[in-house]
Design a protein around this ligand. Sequence first.
Ligand code: OGA
Ligand code: NI
Length: 358
Amino acid sequence: MSQDFERAKADFDQTKSGVKGILDSGVSKIPSIFIHPPESLQKYPCHGTSSLDLQVPVIDLNDLEGGKEVKVGQIREASEQWGIFQLVNHGIPVSVLDEMLEGGVRGFHEQPSEVKMKWYSRAYEQQVRFYSNGVLYEAHPICWRDSISCHYADGELDPNALPPVSRRAIQNYMEKILNLKVTLAGLLSEALGLNPNYLESIDCMKTATLVCQYYPPCPEPDLTLGVPRHSDPSFITILLQDSLGGLQVLKGSQWVDVKPIKGAIIVNIGDHLQLMSNDKFKSVEHRVLAAPVGPRLSAACFFYPRTANYSKPYGPIKELVSEEAGPVYREVAHNEYMSCYRFKGGANGNSALPFFKL
Ligand code: OGA
Ligand code: NI
């Protein structure tokens, strides 16, 4: 990477004002550190879903008790074929979701720069921090979004550690999301043909990192991305998006829009659950397009093991490994997975899964 790019990134970092700061300064062209090559921007073979009629599965959790077998079957099929699904009637009030996006995400990012800057940090160990491009120095090019991350070690975070403007919204939202995660762990366990308590009992999803994403409108949306193509290094991710759209998943060679549905929650399988399921479930590749309008708001909650288990290996679940074919991957601990992801190309969208293939 050229020295000019390095310097431009360092200068951008030092503003502590993120992409929104660039936009607020009144630019009509995006800085070159944000320009992606045409192949990353490609809408291949065609953009949108209409021609092939593909749609990310939508699962209605209403009547869970009555039709549990049916729901489990739908979750199994969606996790195998798509690695992503949208949940409706999941029991979280729309008001909690709206307040999360407005008060939690917009509220933080649209407060005065001087207040926001105090939260700016690149230190992974800081529980709550504001930054733009988590992998600013490793990735090239970088993306059109700003973030705040809130780390719930073992599912807990002192509310006083949250930014005052977002505190209530995030607290209310996370209380519901941590409960929904337990329900999902049960359904996913059953979808894998395991005891409903299986995934909860092995503590592989006890820690949560909530990332509140803010995608400012972009003056040259065809030259950059909100998030580049990647799969999540989590076990599962629970995502809330607003009504603007822009999230796409790769299905075969087709980018499919994840259509915004009012009140819906998106769930996607992460790399580590793909590994544990011995490739039965798929960690879906996805990206977010930049748009001329916005801001687009989202909240992504990534689930990881209990902190005491960060060094504990999690491998293919033995019930899912057939005697003839054997395991596809070796066991790997969360820490090892993350360092491989960070240093072997995760910043540029490469999954770390192939490194653990047997
Ligand atoms: C992510 C991600 C999607 C979104 O943060 O990993 O894919 O809609 N986000 O913000
Ligand atoms: Ni993602």
